[in-house]
Write a protein that binds this ligand. Structure first.
Ligand code: HEM
Length: 475
């Protein structure tokens, strides 16, 4: 925010506060009562007690909240204890969400459309000291605008109970490290500062503090940011301090995808019959519904492998799993073994796609704005994808070795239109499966029906980050 705009908002706020935040006890006139409906004059009703004024009104309404949030964000940006937290944040979007959040939390006429506090923050492994620093910055912003003590206390009191959803310190063992590497990092910070590379030195210093606290993902983001500012290889000796414990890092050159690349479908994609339709439909078909434990929200994949006879082999495909509007799309992708998936990020913020699944563990590192990296999937199985920077983002890739596979529609319906009669080995996965459900089935001529119950495998919740550190319990 510029000095001029701070001054302007100060004036707006002062005006708003003088109207809205007078001495405690100044009340609004009671609402005017409607004129009597009947001609007979009625005795005037006893004067109703005026409704207590909301904190929102007493703060001075939306202009006042906007001004305080602007000042607060400025203070956070200058606060070296926590400003590294916001290096991958779209600040304009955050300000808007904070205004709506505070407006709604204080009884104002706004609705908050952002993510819940647990999902937004739990993966950050925020510690008490960071929470306290942020509250201090907010208190400073309120004091700067002379918000009366009572309203300051009420606002901070309304936000305080959110602390358990926001603070989620890493387990102490996450801070274990080689002290020689930490010492080398400290020396490099001093060296960088001396050579005039102050911003990189600041980032590296913050990265070391986070690493020693056990905030592995945060430390690596800061480290990656410092790395991008410096000549290639300058920090390489410190890689083990920051990257050990993460899955195989894929460092192939980034590809650029055209900005107008059409958006991917949001639900499930993939099917052998779409990819390789039979010239003439075979005599059997199979329809049914997948009932997934805990509701029908999840999507699934069913694969069929003929037992005996000639087995069609599916050719590997090239597919896309994009990151757009802070979501993966599609949410579930079924591919034949050997296929390659591109992972373009169409958001203006960094994402870091990773998987810890045994069928294919990898770490794509950070990139944004249409940049993309590829991963090839050879082994059959389900792969849970996450973004190491946004705990709300998950999607699954199911790699299938069998020649026939379909994805279910939302609600669980699925259909194989063309199957040769005979015995098949069936495997089925839901989004949260760790292992497939397997059975032997027989397809007869004509339409066959099979409904499937699929148990949930993975624990509900936000999973872990790429270092395997917990992101907090389900909200
Ligand atoms: C009572 C305290 C807090 C409140 C009410 C709060 C509120 C919010 C809200 C409303 C958002 C936007 C959510 C969204 O992106 O959908 C957000 C994002 C964020 N918060 Fe907090 N927050 C609090 C404490 C903290 C603390 C202590 C930190 C770290 C020092 C922090 C770091 C962040 C970051 C980095 C984001 C941006 C996430 C992104 O870019 O995706 N917050 N917060």
């Amino acid at each position: 925010m510029t000095t001029k705009s701070v001054r302007t908002t100060t004036v707006v706020l002062a005006t708003a506060l003088s109207i809205g935040c007078g001495p405690a006890g100044v009340e609004r006139p009671p609402p005017r009562s409607a004129p009597p409906a009947a001609a007979t004059p009625a005795a005037p009703p006893p004067a109703a007690a005026p409704a207590p004024r909301s904190l929102y009104d007493r703060l001075g309404g939306k202009p006042a909240i906007e001004a305080v949030v602007g000042e607060f964000v400025g203070r956070v940006a200058a606060d070296k204890r926590i400003n590294g937290r916001f290096i991958n944040t779209d600040i304009t979007r955050l300000k808007g969400l904070l205004v709506d959040f505070v407006c709604a939390a204080t009884g104002g006429p706004c609705s908050y459309a952002g993510r819940d506090m647990h999902t937004t923050h739990a993966g950050f492994q925020i510690v008490d000291a960071e929470f306290d620093a942020l509250v201090e910055d907010l208190a400073g912003a309120l004091a700067k605008f002379n918000v009366p003590q009572r309203e300051q206390n009420e606002l901070l009191g309304a936000l305080g109970p959110l602390k358990p959803q926001i603070v989620n310190p890493p387990p102490p063992e996450a801070g274990a490290h080689d002290p020689k590497l930490a010492e080398a990092a400290g020396k490099l910070v001093a060296e960088l500062r001396q050579s005039g590379a102050g911003p990189s030195a600041d980032l590296l210093e913050l990265a070391v503090t986070a690493r020693l606290r056990g905030q592995r993902s945060y430390a690596e983001v800061l480290y990656s940011a410092a790395e991008r500012q410096l000549p290639e290889g300058k920090l390489a000796a410190l890689n083990p301090l920051f990257r050990e414990g993460a899955p195989e890092r894929i460092t192939t050159e980034l590809k650029k995808m055209p900005e107008n690349t059409p958006a991917q479908p949001k639900t499930a994609v993939g099917g052998s019959e779409e990819d390789n339709p039979d010239a003439k439909p075979l005599r059997g078909s199979l329809v049914g519904t997948m009932h997934i434990e805990g509701g029908d929200k999840e999507l699934g994949v069913i694969a069929l492998e003929p037992m005996g006879g000639k087995k069609a082999k599916r050719k590997p495909k090239q597919r896309v799993m994009e990151q757009r509007d802070r979501q993966f799309a599609p949410r579930l992708l079924a591919i034949p073994a050997g296929s390659t998936v591109s992972f373009p990020n169409f958001d203006p913020v960094y994402h870091n796609v990773f998987s810890l699944s045994p069928a294919r563990a990898f770490d794509l590192g950070i990139y944004k704005n249409g940049e993309s990296r590829d991963v090839t999937f050879e082994k059959e199985g389900i792969i849970r994808l996450g973004c190491n920077l946004h705990a709300n983002m998950t999607a699954h890739v199911v790699v299938v070795a069998a020649p026939h596979y379909v994805v279910s529609e939302p609600g669980g319906r699925y259909k194989f239109k063309s199957l040769a009669p005979g015995k098949y080995k069936l495997r089925a996965w839901a989004e949260d499966s760790t292992e497939p459900v397997t059975k032997t089935i027989e397809i007869k001529e004509g339409e066959n029906t099979l409904n499937l119950d699929i148990p949930r495998g993975a624990a509900a919740g936000l999973g872990t980050d790429k270092f395997g550190l917990p992101r907090g319990k389900a909200p």
